[in-house]
Design a protein around this ligand. Structure first.
Ligand code: COA
Length: 256
């Protein structure tokens, strides 16, 4: 991989977007590499939690590559937008939780990548925003769809139409990130959350994420129906039998 650093250890799959000269801006090649890396981590049985970050101490991802977009016509923009959206769907639909370790600028496509992650943790210097309107474009990798679901329509309307930069503390206040820590503690915090996840049943984790995601836009009745059927199906699995039996036998469950 030319633009990514990949590492696996102790149940974690680390993906670092590594294009520091451009503050990790995403051109088509970076998008395609990220898609492949995610699929690789999802397929790897040794990985239970994926942590996504940017290289350096300044940027998570400073957005889609503006220099590349300057040369695009509508046809190329459509293909670029669709490949970015596909990549964000791969994150969102991952059966393994993806944690965004937002270590600096998360603007435009960078913010949108973080929005697709299941959990966002920010360092104090992180800056979020959807500044597309400053460039005469709009968010194209899910910003208009996912941001309102996370922070509410009113706040999303303001963030997207003003293009304002949002500090890490403000992101925390509006529910855009789960935690804010000093930059030197960012990976530790992500791993601390990840370690708690890794103790639990991988199938139960995947099904929980799936229920949350699948039911988001459904009526409460339809969502509950989906949830209860998923719940019941688990009782056929070895993982569920192990989890319930381990409790009764007063021993730790052996899931992995
Ligand atoms: N696309 C392409 N290149 C980018 C980029 C992007 N989204 N963001 C930063 N870069 C490049 C800069 O062009 C610069 O390259 P250069 O040295 O060859 O000119 C390099 O990264 C460093 O950026 P620079 O602007 O000098 O850093 P800064 O600290 O002064 O500012 C930002 C940082 C993030 C505020 C600023 O780079 C910025 O506004 N970037 C664009 C953010 C954006 O609009 N993203 C949404 C795109 S849809």
């Amino acid at each position: 991989m030319k633009y990514l650093l990949l590492e696996t250890s102790e149940g974690f799959g680390f993906i670092t977007i590594n294009r520091p000269d451009s503050l990790n801006a995403m051109n088509s090649d970076v998008v395609n590499e990220l898609e492949s890396a995610l699929l690789q981590m999802i397929a790897n049985d040794e990985v239970g939690v994926i942590i996504l970050t940017g290289s350096g101490d300044k940027a998570f991802v400073a957005g889609a590559d503006i220099k590349a977009m300057q040369k695009m016509d509508p046809e190329k923009a459509l293909a670029f937008g669709k490949s970015g959206q596909k990549m964000t769907l791969t994150i969102e639909n991952s059966p393994k939780p993806v944690i965004a370790a937002v270590n600096g600028f998360a603007l435009g496509g960078g913010c949108e990548i973080s929005l697709a992650c299941h959990i966002r943790v920010a360092s104090e210097n992180a800056v979020f925003g959807q500044p597309e309107v400053l460039l005469g474009i709009i968010p194209g990798w899910g910003g208009t769809q996912r941001l309102p679901k996370i922070v509410g329509t009113g706040i999303a309307n303001e963030i997207i139409t003003t293009g304002s930069q949002i500090s890490a503390q403000e992101a925390y206040r509006i529910g855009l990130v789960n935690h804010v820590v000093t930059q030197d503690k960012l990976m530790d915090k992500c791993k601390e959350i990840g370690k708690k996840i890794l103790k639990n049943g991988p199938n139960a984790i995947a099904k929980s994420l799936n229920c949350i995601h699948e039911s988001f836009d459904k009526s409460i009745e339809a969502g509950l129906e989906y949830e209860v059927n998923t719940f019941a199906d688990l009782f056929e699995t070895e993982e569920t039998k192990e989890g319930l039996t381990a409790f009764v036998e007063k021993r730790p469950a052996n899931f992995r």
